[in-house]
Design a protein around this ligand. Structure first.
Ligand code: AMP
Length: 210
């Protein structure tokens, strides 16, 4: 089963993707994570992408498709995958048609102000990529998985947040109509478990195997 998760930055779609991946045994592919890994390895592609990422802008489509296609070719994607952060434009959605068949698209909805609030207090582990939030109970400033001190991503700072959410609204929301024939909508105003429950039920009903 191949899925797409749509949702603004800060909407909790990464957390939802992790829950689905764990339960249904399919791979989460986050183009943002792929770029960050490439930057960490100081690869030419990553360093080029970084110029756009730091400003909160979209990375050009040729670089984005290249990193995505390489990932999808790997054997662990055979059972299926969840695209988290791709496609982000109609141009990318058209290009994706030539690369993979998509069964369902989950649209995670969270009001703008709440996305800003969650992104501003979001902190990331530089070692394992885990995400935490300063407002969550038990937050210590260290990663809950590997104890490394957390940091604030450059693109989680106020100016970049504004740009990212504007780009999302203008460029990515048209995909909700584009995928209307295979769309499932969920609100992420509640807890991660509240968001996941209806999605899990939907996937089980539509042929997802645990
Ligand atoms: P994310 O972690 O999904 O918020 O992505 C971080 C940044 O990576 C974005 O703000 C973009 O600069 C870049 N990026 C990730 N996915 C894409 C994509 N599908 N198209 C273009 N740029 C992307």
């Amino acid at each position: 089963m191949n899925l797409i998760l749509l949702g603004a930055q800060g909407s909790g779609k990464g957390t939802l993707a992790k829950n689905i991946a764990k339960d249904f045994g399919i791979v989460q592919i986050s183009t943002g994570d792929l770029f960050r890994e490439s930057i960490a390895k100081k690869e030419a592609l990553g360093l080029k992408a970084q110029e756009y990422m730091n400003k909160g802008e979209l990375v050009p489509i040729d670089l984005t498709l290249k990193i995505l296609k390489e990932r999808i070719k790997k054997p662990d994607c055979k059972k299926g995958f969840i695209l988290d952060g791709f496609p982000r434009s109609l141009e990318q959605a058209e290009a994706l048609k030539k690369v993979a068949t998509i069964d369902y698209v989950i649209n995670v909805h969270l009001p703008y102000e709440e996305c800003v609030a969650r992104l501003t207090t979001r902190r990331t582990c530089p070692k394992c990529g885990d995400i935490d939030n300063m407002d969550y109970p038990g937050y210590t400033g260290n990663c809950r998985k590997c104890s490394t001190p957390l940091f604030q991503r450059d693109d989680d700072k106020p100016e970049a947040i504004k740009t990212r959410l504007e780009v999302y609204e203008k460029t990515t929301t048209p995909l909700i109509d584009f995928y209307s024939d295979r769309l499932f909508k969920v609100s992420s105003l509640g807890s991660p478990a509240d968001t996941y429950k209806p999605v899990k039920d939907f996937l089980l009903k539509h042929g997802g195997k645990k």
